[in-house]
Design a binder for this molecule. Structure first.
Ligand SMILES: C[S@@+](CC[C@H](N)C(=O)[O-])C[C@H]1O[C@@H](n2cnc3c(N)ncnc32)[C@H](O)[C@@H]1O
Length: 276
């Protein structure tokens, strides 16, 4: 007789197959352990007796599927997350970007917009306002809506301010938002150069001719084959001399495209695409 956990794994694979067939979202190549943990948490919250029972409803009810999507995706982010990364962008990457007449940047897996707005602040302070566009994409519509609004709990501003300063911020961070009750509303000026859009890295095509691609703290959730697919997508989306930025726990080393890239400085996780 099969163990309960093995049967549960089969039920999860069937659920993921069904989701792919019905909704076109492909979670089949996500790292197993964390996906199973999150699916199990979601299942307990819903009250279904098991994944098979949940599947019968999820495949027919789009709202329940959105809820499941929320459960699967980890949307944690911060403004100026890993301040040393943003410092390196400011000091090393921006001087190169300044040589282009217009800069296109793709922030893949942008969550509620924290990273895209951090970049917008930085580029504005470096005199690049009006010379760039940020394409910020995510699979999760709910967080994209939050990103478009650019409203965050006021209590988070303390930490964001600290990270902004550590990252070499040049102004008073409070210049970039208006406080209303317990919320901080980011200034409209920051939103003008950002396009927030839905995009799924597992199934959609890449974007063209970017000078920089950021995809931080997302590849860790993918299995090796999916990491390769996504990195190849980024490679095809970057112009020669462009920059690929990964999260602090992610690396290009050992990946198919790594031969065409050089890390700017060890440990920065900022890789420059070499001219052919
Ligand atoms: C942990 S957050 C990282 C946010 C930000 N990049 C950072 O480092 O702070 C990962 C984001 O990737 C998104 N995501 C997960 N799978 C995705 C996929 N297949 N395509 C696009 N975005 C995805 C999630 O919805 C989530 O918002």
């Amino acid at each position: 007789m099969m163990k309960t956990s093995d049967i549960e794994n089969i039920e999860i694979s069937l659920l993921l197959e069904g989701i792919f067939d019905v909704y076109g979202y492909d979670f089949r190549e996500y790292a197993e352990a964390s996906l199973k943990r999150r699916l199990t948490q979601w299942l307990h919250k819903t009250g279904f007796a098991g994944f098979s029972e949940a599947q019968a409803v999820v495949l027919r009810d789009r709202e329940l599927f959105s809820d499941l999507l929320d459960g699967i995706t980890v949307n944690v982010s911060e403004m100026f997350r890993d301040p040393q990364f943003f410092k390196a962008i400011r000091e090393v990457v921006v001087p190169h970007l300044k040589t282009y007449p217009f800069i296109k940047i793709w922030v893949a897996g942008c969550a509620a917009g924290e990273e895209a707005y951090s970049l917008a602040i930085l580029l504005c302070e470096e005199g690049l306002d009006g010379h760039y566009r940020i394409y910020a994409t995510d699979i999760n519509e709910r967080v994209l809506q939050q990103a478009k609004e650019g409203v965050y709990p006021l209590e988070r501003m303390r930490q964001f301010t600290h990270s902004y300063q550590t990252a070499g911020g040049k102004r008073d961070f409070a210049d970039y938002y208006t406080a209303r009750y317990d919320r901080a509303i980011l200034s409209q000026k920051l939103k003008n150069n950002i396009v927030f859009a839905s995009h799924n890295l597992t199934v959609d095509a890449g974007l063209g001719e970017m000078q920089t691609v950021l995809c931080r703290n997302l590849l860790i959730y993918f299995r090796p084959a999916l990491k390769e697919r996504v990195l190849t997508l980024f490679d095809g989306s970057l112009s020669n001399g462009g920059f690929l930025c990964l999260g602090m726990k992610e690396t290009l080393s050992g990946r198919c495209i790594s031969g065409g890239y050089k890390e700017l400085a060890r440990g920065t996780r900022i890789y420059r695409k070499q001219y052919a």
